[in-house]
Design a protein around this ligand. Structure first.
Ligand code: GDP
Ligand code: ZN
Length: 333
């Protein structure tokens, strides 16, 4: 199978060649994996260069990872499948671990994410909506648009009220988020999902067993080969890395899926309880209409949010999830 990857996206924010200290002949690419001082850069003609970073570059940047997975770079092809990163484009945004007080370097889990896909199964394993809510709040707090993937739709069952198990659990998210009912096994729903992913860097996360590997394999059938080849090149086994890996989706232009094991650790670090309500998009129409300006929407009288939840304008479960997080009671992991 041949795949075409357009360079239009990876050239964003890059300087004209020859304009800066970047050598003539440097080519645009994107960092898809990182191994200590080595970075695998995917370049436009669909090759990968195992790259180091130019010495001069190392001195210039402080306070953040110099190069991270997701970065758009200019790289010199030095031959034999190796490269040298000459320039790193400014990041549009980054998913990073907050710096500790004693440490002024943030750890970038993924540079330039465009959106997040949270993947759960209809059953096997049983989905935990509270965990999904935590993922959504984390992404909202970082300004990352969210998609919900409901996998194993082939295991869906009808419910007594004429609906289905999947919709009885995930239908409540539809007012606030695009929900994709899919099956990595049968291929159901994948066309629509593919177009939602097209041309973007999407963070994929979810509980183990939901079908993330199956989905990545379906979207990128060469995944196992890629990971294996690079592990050989660096002498590291494929199971030794827990870092972020970008997978290119086959047959789609500049589409990347980020497998980010570190995302679970981000949790709700840095989320201000006072602004938690804003991170539930379906609550936003009622904010500012409570009696008290600083209403926590828990037990206050004349609360517009609680009234909306009682009337079914805001889904009850979503409201309860908000309330548990606001009280600091949520213990789902
Ligand atoms: P991960 O832990 O999220 O990476 O999950 P895996 O991709 O390893 O999948 C876990 C199990 O679910 C495997 O046995 C898969 O074969 C199975 N699985 C994945 N997707 C589907 C699906 O759409 N339908 C069904 N019935 N099983 C699936
Ligand atoms: Zn209120």
């Amino acid at each position: 199978m041949s795949r075409r990857v357009s360079g239009s996206r990876s050239r964003q924010n890059l300087p004209e060649r020859g304009e800066s200290a970047v050598p003539e002949g440097a080519i645009p690419g994107i960092v898809v994996r990182a191994f200590g001082k080595f970075f695998v850069v995917h370049i436009d003609d669909d090759r990968e260069l195992l790259s180091t970073v130019r010495g001069g570059l190392k001195r210039r940047q402080r306070g953040t990872d110099l190069v991270a997975v997701g970065d758009r770079v200019l790289v010199t092809d030095v031959g034999e499948g190796e490269g040298r990163i000459e320039f790193v484009a400014p990041r549009t945004r980054a998913l990073s671990r907050l710096a500790r007080l004693t440490d002024d370097v943030e750890q970038v889990i993924l540079a330039n994410p465009d959106q997040a896909l949270f993947l759960f199964a209809v059953s096997n394993p049983e989905p935990h909506p509270r965990l999904l809510d935590r993922f959504l709040v984390m992404a909202e707090s970082r300004g990352l648009p969210c998609l919900i993937g409901v996998n194993k739709i082939d295991l869906d069952l009808p419910t007594a009220d004429g609906d289905s198990l999947a919709r009885s659990i995930f239908g409540r998210y539809e007012p606030a988020y695009p929900v994709h009912y899919i099956s990595a096994k049968t291929g159901a729903g994948l066309e629509r999902l593919r177009s939602a992913l097209s041309g973007k860097i999407t963070v994929v996360a979810g509980p183990s067993g939901a079908g993330k590997s199956s989905l990545l394999n379906t979207l990128d059938p060469t995944r196992e080969r890629q990971v294996g080849a690079i592990s050989d090149a660096t002498g590291k086994g494929r199971h030794t890395t827990i870092a972020t890996v970008l997978h290119r989706a086959a047959d789609s232009e500049a589409t990347y899926l980020a497998d980010t094991p570190g995302i679970r650790a981000l949790s709700l670090q840095g989320v201000d309880p006072q602004s938690l309500d804003r991170l539930f998009p379906e609550m936003r129409p009622w904010l500012g209409h409570c009696r008290f300006a600083n209403c926590a929407h828990l037990a206050e009288p004349d609360c517009a949010v609680r009234r909306a939840a009682a009337e079914g304008m805001i889904d009850r479960e979503r409201y309860e999830s908000y309330a548990a997080l606001r009280r600091g009671e949520d213990t789902s992991e």
